[in-house]
Each structure stands twice: as C-alpha cells, then as structure tokens.
Design a protein around this ligand. Structure first.
Ligand code: URA
Length: 434
C-alpha cells in the first residue's frame, strides 16, 4: 500500500478501505507521509467526498491516533458539549454548573479562540488564578469531587487532527462535511464522555452559513457518535448575531455570572435549557425535555448553579472574591459608545464583523500566538428587530488602547444594518436532533 495509490483511488471517486484510511492517519501522525501527499488526498476528499463508512473509519483512526481519556474512575454519567464556534458563546460557563447540579459529571476539554470566534479557555483564564491545565489524574479527581472540570485540550489528544487541520487551513480544504465531522468527533470521542450534545451554529458568524448545511453536519456527527457507542444529540442554533449581549473574555464571564444570578441574558438561558435538556434526556436522568428543562431551570432559580460555578472556579485555582456580592470582573479602562445613525429598526447584524470588532479591541487572536487583552471586548445593546432612535447607543466597545477602541467601534457600526420597516427578531433554535 502506498499514498500514490490511495490518492489515485480517491481521485477516481472510489471509497477507501479501513486499511487505507488507517495507513493514511498513522502516516500523518508519525510524519512519514509528506505534506504534499496529505494535501493531495485532502483535496481529493473535498472534491469526491467520503461516504458514511469512510467518515466513520477516518474518525475512528483519528480518535486513536494519540491518547484517549479513560473516565471509568468517575462514577455516574459523564457528559460533554461541543459548539462549532460562535461570537459571544459563553454557554459552557452557565450550562456546565447547571448539568452538574442535575447529576451529570462534566469532564470537558475546550479550545482557545481564533479569528472572529472566541474560546472557553481564554474566557476562564480571565478569572484571576484560574488554571486550565492539569494532569489526567487531577482532571479525574476534580470531576469526581466537584462534578465539573474544564481544561485546555492537550497535544496528545487526537494528534492526527492537529496536523490535518493545520494543512486544511492552508490548502482550502476546511469546508468538507466528512473532514469537519472527523476533526470534531475524533477530539470529542478521545475525551471519553458517555453523552454529548453538539451545538451546531448557523449564520453569518458560523462555519455553516445555512441551516441546511448545519443540519447535514449535525446529522453526520450524531450518526458517527452513535456508531461509536455514545449518546449524542444536536441543537442547530442561530449565529446571525452574537449570543446574548457580551463579546470578549472577562466581559463574557460577567454575562455568564449575571445569567447564573438570574438576571443575565434570556437568550443564553434559553440555549442552555435546550442543550441541557437534550443531555439529560439522553442520559436517562429525565423522561422528556419538559421534565429536564424544569430540573435545569430549578438549578438556576435556586442559586445552586451559581454556587456550583463558584465551587468549580475555586477547585481550578480561581479567586471567586472577584464575584463577591454584586461584583464582576473588571473590564478595560477605555470605552466608546457606538451610536445609531438613524431612526428605525435593526434589520441585520454581521456576526462575523462583531467578532472582528471584538478582535480589534484586543480580545481576540488573528494568529495562534497573539496575546489577548482579556479585559477588552464589547457589549451590544440592540439586536435584530429592536427599535432604535438616531443617537441611541447600540453598542459599547472596551479596550486599553485608544486606537484599537476607535477601529473596533467603526467595525461594529459597519456590522449593523437598519431599516424603516419593522423587523422580526431572529429565531434562536432552528432544530433539535435527539
Ligand atoms: N472545528 C474543528 O475542530 N474542526 C473542523 O474541521 C472545523 C471546526
């Protein structure tokens, strides 16, 4: 067997066997296959596609290309959640404590932000002292003791994906459903949870621009996860505007804490209830979504989820005194309001541009090595469907640097479109795959 034959076969549109896919993934992982041959095969996959069997085999080979976590020492049902990436998506910070209050064990590895999308690990690191790395033993002990642990993904987990993703990124081979599925699901399956909910975002701020594409990806990932023996559900949620109102790092933690205090974003609360209900039903903890939403709401309304969040932050070295009483994390010292240029209604918001505006404040990364200003970001005060009057503050940007503040404010104003006609608010949940 050799790469030339494998590339030729895929170029002709023929399905690859388990042995061929295994040969490819192990060669990518140990570096024996040169990048030009890997890139050629990736392009052939993009052009000719992979069937369900090949996608499963590729995911399985990538899952086992490095370490896999054994969570069997943790009693109870282990749950995980994955978002395909969005703007203002601080869901994990609210959902994880809600799930832990309902009896699930949340053992989660998360990523950092890149480009216009944010990452949970950066957000958590804006809490003083919070540590996002620990040994496997400590990871398991912390989940056992507190019901939640969130750490950064280690390089030993699905290393084939790291190499393939880096090549896909520079060879225009990201946007293939089988490659995205194997990339996301190999990392999730290597983490070893029993139950998984996938939040597939769709819209101007997401990878998947249409609901149809998001549905296709969601269904494929659910099928692959189930074939691997996991309980997997999926929610297709809207990313045509930021989730909630706050975008950045410390700023998003503040919105999450306010939501846990019962006065944050209704939208964020709603998404957490829907994602959580899929997990609780699939885990057999609740009989249906209505019962699970009741349990999850009670965890918020009783303040138990807020206490669990504080316990989780403390367990990972974070200083919760920053949240004493009504306190929140400090934000960057300079701020500027973005003003509505006219009377009317907000008719659309380019979500990718909001993400870019946040990046311009210093809160995001253009390249992997950029250093973030964790206190920077923005708050949107008006969303699609809202009425505005000329001169209203539709958003506020925060930065430590005057120039960044100005360019972020200009970008954010560009993101908004207005209309004289009344505009319907956007629907948040497009579909649920149980
Ligand atoms: N996120 C991933 O982890 N992989 C992809 O291929 C796309 C999005």
């Amino acid at each position: 067997m050799n790469m030339y034959e494998i590339i030729t076969k895929k170029k002709q549109g023929l399905p690859l066997t388990a042995e061929e896919i295994g040969f490819f993934v192990s060669g990518v992982t140990d570096g024996s296959i040169p990048d030009y041959q890997t890139s050629a095969l990736l392009m052939a996959i993009c052009l000719r596609g992979m069937d369900d069997e090949e996608t499963f085999l590729l995911t399985d080979a990538m899952t086992h290309s490095g370490d896999t976590l054994d969570l069997s020492a943790i009693e109870g049902i282990k749950a995980d959640k994955h978002s395909t990436g969005g703007v203002g998506d601080k869901t994990t910070l609210v959902l994880a404590p809600m799930l832990a209050c309902c009896g699930l064990k949340v053992a989660k590895m998360s990523g950092r932000g890149l480009g216009h999308t944010g990452g949970t690990i950066d957000k958590l690191e804006s809490i003083p002292g919070f540590s996002t790395s620990m040994s496997d033993d400590d990871f398991i002990r912390t989940v056992r003791e507190h019901g939640i642990t969130v750490v950064g993904q280690t390089a030993d987990l699905a290393p084939a994906d790291k190499k393939l993703y880096a090549l896909r990124d520079v060879t225009a081979t990201i946007d293939n459903i089988s490659l995205i599925t194997s990339s996301i699901m190999s990392k999730k399956l290597a983490c070893g949870a029993d139950c998984l909910v996938l939040d597939v975002k769709t819209g101007s701020g997401a990878f998947m621009k249409t609901v149809d594409d998001a549905r296709q990806l969601g269904r494929k990932m659910v099928d692959i996860g189930r074939r691997a023996g996991k309980k997997v559900g999926c929610v297709i949620s809207d990313m045509n505007q930021p989730l909630g109102t706050h975008v950045g790092n410390a700023i998003e933690v503040n919105e999450a804490v306010e939501t846990l205090r019962g006065r944050g974003s209704e939208e964020l609360r709603h998404l957490c209830l829907v994602l959580g209900s899929v997990l609780l039903v699939n885990a057999g903890i609740a009989k249906d979504r209505a019962e699970s939403e009741g349990m999850l709401s009670a965890s918020l309304d009783s303040g138990r989820a807020l206490s669990k969040f504080m316990e989780f932050v403390t367990a990972q070295g974070g200083d919760t005194s920053v949240f004493d009483g009504e306190r929140l994390l400090p934000v960057a010292p300079l701020s500027m309001d973005v003003l509505s240029p006219a009377d009317g209604y907000v008719s659309s918001i380019s979500c990718a541009d909001v993400g870019m505006a946040s990046l311009l404040t210093g809160a995001g990364r253009e390249t992997k090595d950029d250093v973030l200003d964790l206190s920077a970001g923005l708050i949107v005060h008006r969303k699609v469907g809202d009425r505005v009057r000329k001169g209203d503050a539709i958003a506020t940007v925060y930065s430590s640097d005057e120039k960044k503040l100005e360019s972020a404010a200009a970008k954010l104003l560009d993101a908004y479109e207005f209309s004289q006609e009344e505009t319907e608010p956007l629907r948040l949940i497009h579909e649920i795959i149980m």
